[in-house]
Ligand binder design. Sequence first.
Ligand code: XIL
Length: 372
Amino acid sequence: MFQHTPKVEFVRSVWRRATVPVFLCVIALQSGAASPQSEPIPPATVTLRQAAAVRKINIGAAAASPYLTDADYATILRTEFSQLQAENEMKFGVIHPRSDADPNPYDFRGADALVSFAQSHNMVVRGHTLVWHNQVSSWVKEGKYSAPQLAKILHDHIETVMRRYASKVYAWDVVNEAFNDDGTMRHTIWFDQPGIIAGAGTQYIEQVFRWAHEADPSAKLFYNDYDAEEMNKKSDAIYAMAKDFKKRGVPLDGIGFQAHVSLKFDDPAKLASFAANLERFAKLGLELHITELDIRLIDSNPASLTAQAKLYGEVTTLCVQQPACKLVQTWGFTDKHSWIPGFYKGQGWALLWDDKYQKKPAYEAVHDALAK
Ligand code: XIL
């Protein structure tokens, strides 16, 4: 039987009381070549999730249940990430494909598979998303429902989905992408086409946050959007809403910043603006999540991969340095399965592992930013 040496016991005991310096000390001990003992010490294999745990933040990835049978995919997801989020399988169109008049309106198979994978591997689950203008079922879009009918459909949907995953999904993107870039409200089926309530501005958003809170009072409720990382008209509008909601006790717990960016984002002014933006939301008492990070490239030349790594490190550091920021999540993790090539023509290579599941420089940069 293998006996733990005093040194191994020491390493384990400091690991249990891990702080950042101790954590670095453990790595140093584990990887150090010089050892008074004769038995070999295994090399340091600190994963992203171990490094993030020391920071008391989560590192997440968007995931899809069909890929879980791919051993490489499943192994990286469970070992490197402390959180997953359904890339598509909790969206209205996927989870609620048939009308409520149908005997079987919901399809929970994909979402259930992801939740059960996460639970088996001690990962937390973030829910995405309850109210969004995209990926809405055709029975809803084409049903010619009145505002009160639509409100009932959405209220029932929120209750059904959130109650099913209560205590399994710790946070939800309740509303996704409700603002235009100029800060005005996006015209959507839920807002004003026909909309769920006769009321202007952010009233419908307030309504769905209240429904969500009733459905699962323990879930953290997020507003999530893209191109709101910097101080701009969109983030100003989100900020004004968040401030109003906090003042009036509307149950909003946090803001998700998608962070789908290109190398153009690697600009000191933009990064400083992101930091200042995070800070103003933090001052409202909100939790902040980077929810859909990917950094798209136009080629996979070494110089591009190096530049990508630098920016990944900088964005991760922004979260690490902001106490209210509790999540860095990438939108997928392997270039084998990324939405970028299908959405941004000619672009890709946006994630931390390449399409052969090899770690890219970006992986090391995120790791270093979490571990330093
Ligand atoms: C994307 C998925 O990655 C694609 O597979 C799907 O075809 C379209 O949606 N913002 C969001 C995500 O909030 O839900 C989107 O996900 C990407 C942009």
